[in-house]
Design a protein around this ligand. Structure first.
Ligand SMILES: NC(=O)C1=CN([C@@H]2O[C@H](COP(=O)(O)OP(=O)(O)OC[C@H]3O[C@@H](n4cnc5c(N)ncnc54)[C@H](O)[C@@H]3O)[C@@H](O)[C@H]2O)C=CC1
Ligand SMILES: O=C(O)C1=N[C@H](C(=O)O)C[C@H](O)C1
Length: 262
C-alpha cells in the first residue's frame, strides 16, 4: 500500500487526483494539503465524502501522517517550497504543477541526488502529450524550423505552459541553435512573434472553453508538418499520475518528464 498525500485538493486537477487515488487498491490517501482553513476533513468539503484529514502545514502533515509520496497540483508560487520540504523529509514528490525556473529544477535535482530519494516532475501526465513531444523531437532533426502554439483555459497562471517549455527543450537537443524568420523582422506590437526559446517561437493562447492543447508546426520548402495533441478533460492526465506514484517509489533521483519513465 502506497501512502499518498495531495497538495491542492480543491483545484481542477486536485479534485480529479483525489478521486483517482481513492479508487486505487494499492494506494491510500492519508492526507491533503490546503492553504486556506475551510475544514479539517475532506468530507466537510462540498466536493468530497471521503474521510481524509486536511492540513495547512506540510511539515505537520508529513510528521503526523507519514506519506510515501506527495502529489503536488498547486501553483507555480507554492510548488518549489513543497517539493523541497518533501525531499528534505523523505517523502517522494510527484509534481504536476508547472512554472519551475531552470535554477529551481537544478537545485531540486541536486537535493534529490543528495538525499538519494525519488522524485518526478512531469509537465504533462497525458501519454498523448508525451508522444507529441517525442514525435516533435524526432521531426526537428529533419525539419528544424519550428513554432509551438499552446492553447489553454483562461485560468492558467503560467505562460508558456510547462509542456511547451519541455517540448522546446526536447527539440533543442535535436536541432542546431538558430534564429527563425527574417533577419530584419520587427515587431510593431510587442510580443507579436511570441516568446523566443533558442530561436523557436512559442505562442500562448488563453481562452474560455479550452482545456489543454498544443500544436507543433514544422515548416519546410513547400510543406508543413503539424503535430497536435488535445486534452479534452482532466481524466486524460490521471493514468500518468498513477504511473508516477508507482514509479517514484523505485527511484533514487529526480526525473524531469514522463517520457523518461514510460
Ligand atoms: N502535469 C500535468 O499533466 C498537468 C499540470 N497542471 C498544472 O497543475 C497545476 C494546478 O492546475 P489546476 O488544477 O488547473 O489549478 P487550480 O487553480 O484549479 O488548482 C490549484 C489549487 O491549489 C491550491 N493551492 C494554492 N496554493 C496552495 C498551497 N500553498 N498549498 C496547498 N494548496 C494550494 C488552490 O487553492 C487551488 O485549489 C498548474 O500548475 C497546472 O499548470 C494542470 C493540468 C495537467
Ligand atoms: O494548466 C494546465 O491546465 C495545464 N498545465 C500543464 C502545462 O503547463 O503544460 C499541463 C497541461 O498542459 C495542462
Amino acid at each position: 500500500m502506497i501512502k499518498v498525500a495531495i497538495a491542492g485538493p480543491r483545484g481542477r486537477m486536485g479534485q480529479e487526483a483525489v478521486h483517482t487515488i481513492m479508487e486505487k487498491d494499492n494506494m491510500e490517501l492519508v492526507a491533503v494539503l490546503d492553504h486556506r482553513e475551510l475544514a479539517s476533513n475532506l468530507k466537510d468539503y462540498d466536493q468530497f465524502t471521503y474521510d481524509v484529514p486536511v492540513y495547512l502545514d506540510l511539515q505537520q502533515l508529513i510528521s503526523t501522517t507519514k506519506p510515501d509520496v506527495l502529489i503536488d497540483l498547486t501553483t507555480p508560487e507554492a510548488v518549489y517550497a513543497h517539493t523541497k520540504v518533501a525531499l528534505e523529509n523523505g517523502v517522494r514528490p510527484v509534481i504536476g504543477t508547472t512554472g519551475f525556473t531552470d535554477e529551481q529544477l537544478q537545485e531540486l535535482t541536486e537535493l534529490a541526488a543528495k538525499e538519494k530519494i525519488g522524485a518526478i516532475i512531469a509537465p504533462n501526465f497525458a501519454v498523448g502529450a508525451v508522444l507529441m513531444m517525442k514525435f516533435s523531437a524526432m521531426a526537428a532533426k529533419y525539419m528544424p524550423d519550428v513554432e509551438i502554439i499552446e492553447l489553454h483555459h483562461d485560468q492558467k497562471l503560467d505562460a508558456p505552459s510547462g509542456t511547451a517549455v519541455k517540448t522546446a527543450q526536447l527539440i533543442q537537443e535535436n536541432r542546431p541553435s538558430h534564429a527563425q524568420g527574417h533577419l530584419d523582422e520587427k515587431e510593431t506590437i510587442a510580443g507579436a512573434r511570441g516568446a523566443d526559446f533558442d530561436g523557436m517561437r512559442i505562442h500562448s493562447v488563453r481562452l474560455q472553453g479550452l482545456v489543454a492543447h498544443q500544436e507543433v508546426l514544422f515548416g519546410g520548402e513547400g510543406q508543413m508538418l503539424t503535430i497536435r495533441h488535445d486534452s479534452y478533460n482532466r481524466t486524460s492526465f490521471m493514468s500518468g499520475v498513477k504511473l508516477c506514484v508507482e514509479k517514484v517509489i523505485q527511484l533514487d533521483h529526480l526525473v524531469y518528464g514522463l517520457e523518461n519513465i514510460l
